[in-house]
Structures are given as structure tokens and as C-alpha cells.
Design a protein around this ligand. Sequence first.
Ligand SMILES: Nc1ncnc2c1ncn2[C@@H]1O[C@H](COP(=O)(O)OP(=O)(O)O)[C@@H](O)[C@H]1O
Ligand SMILES: [Mg+2]
Length: 258
Amino acid sequence: MIILNDLTKVYKLSKKQMTEQKTKKNMKKAVDHVSLTAAPGQIYGLLGPNGAGKTTALRCIATLLKPTGGKVTVCGFDTVTDSENVRKSISFLTNEIKLDPQFSPKYMFNFFGKLHGLDEKTIDARREKLFSHFDIKAFENKKIEELSTGMKQKASIAVSLVHDPDVVIFDEPTNGLDIVTARNVTDYLKLLKEEGKTVIISTHIMSEAEKLCDRIGIIINGVKVMDGTLAEILKNTNTSDLEDAFFELYKLNMKEEA
Ligand SMILES: Nc1ncnc2c1ncn2[C@@H]1O[C@H](COP(=O)(O)OP(=O)(O)O)[C@@H](O)[C@H]1O
Ligand SMILES: [Mg+2]
């Protein structure tokens, strides 16, 4: 279970960032009083355009950023006061994860398994399951540097799931992947959900949110403007697909800002 209670994150901007972001303010409220609950056995999708605050929110959940305000708990542990226990319960996946180019997927997997304190038998069983699903076996002994982007991504995902975490946090899971690999990844997320894991992802892809997520939280300018099941969101916005719903909320939110 992941619970966000009024999560707020404000970044202090450097002069350079102020110029880049074309603003005169030296603060950026990236996440603005967001509350949500992601439950076990569900995939929660944070849906929003670039810069909406999705990565920031996920990094707060993953203990990589400290909230400016509000509170986040993961499996009952506070991400600030109990970050150690949170980190043991989660896997945080981004496509920025880099495995050491000198080593093979199998070596990295075993290494991280040991780092998590798993015994050899458990590591072998986990590797068998994950490497089969992601078709890694054929290249498990090749050096990471010799692999294609898709292969590297699959290896990173497998390695980050070695400890069979209860909570999986995945920032833009299919970004940059070819359609076959992307499908491979979303299929695994469904499997995790069926195993009763709590899965939270971010995405800007409407069809991904529509097809994959049990609950969708729409986030615009750091504010969660609506959340619910797809059916609830369509009903509340009086629309018939998620893209229309999104633009209804987008127009409304922009008017309020103006
Ligand atoms: N380290 C940072 N310092 C300053 N501003 C940042 C930083 N990271 C993100 N931001 C700003 O915060 C906002 C939200 O960013 P982000 O969480 O990356 O959004 P998303 O993942 O939805 O694209 C953006 O305006 C972005 O420019
Ligand atoms: Mg992002």
C-alpha cells in the first residue's frame, strides 16, 4: 500500500534553472498537495503531460527526495523517518538505470541478489522466473555493453526485481522501448498485480493508462485534478474516452490558472 497525504515538493531553482524554465520565481512547486492511495493487487497510473510532477512524486515515494510538505507511507513505513524499511519493500525503476557495462546480466542479477541478502537457491529461482519472462537467457552471459537498448532495459528491470518487492514504482515503464519489449514489460506489471503487489507507474500515454491501470490519477501542474477508475473518470467528465476526459480537465485547470 502506498499512501500520499498532501504531498508537496518545492524545488529551489538556481539562476541557470530560472533562465531555462523562463521564470522570475526562484521556487517551483512541482507537486502540490497531492493525496492518493495505491492498493495491493492494483496498478495505479499517474497520468500527466511533461513537467506535471510525476517523476518528482515517484521519487518522493521511493525515498530519493524528501517532501517539502505532507507525508508518504509505503507498507505503513514513513518515507522520511523509516526510509530504510521503505527501501527494502520497493523496487524503483526508471529508464535511467544503468548497469555496469563490464558485467553480464547474470552476474549483475546474482550480485544484487546477494546484496539483498538472498541465498543462492532463492536467487536462482528468481533469476529463472525473471530471465524466462524477459527472454534474457539467450544473452545472460554477454557483457552489458554489447547489448541493445531493449535488452539492457529488460536486464535492468529483472535486476531491480531480484528481491521480490511488495511495491513496484515504475517511472514511464515503456518509454523508449520497441512495441514487443514494451508489451513484455506491461505483461509483467499485470503479473505483479495478480500476485498482489502494489504497482504505481507514471505515464503520458493515454492508451497505456486506459489499458493497464486499475486507477488513474490525472496530474496537471503538480495538482492531482481527478482520480478514480477509468469508468469513474469518464462518468465524472461526461466523456467517452480518456483523452477527451484529460482535455476537459486540462481546459478547466488552465482557466483556473489564468
Ligand atoms: N531537480 C530539479 N530542480 C528544479 N526543478 C525541477 C527539478 N526536477 C524537476 N523540476 C521541475 O519540476 C516540475 C516537475 O518535473 P517532473 O517531476 O520531472 O515532471 P514529469 O515527470 O511529470 O515530467 C517541472 O517543472 C520541472 O522542470
Ligand atoms: Mg518524468
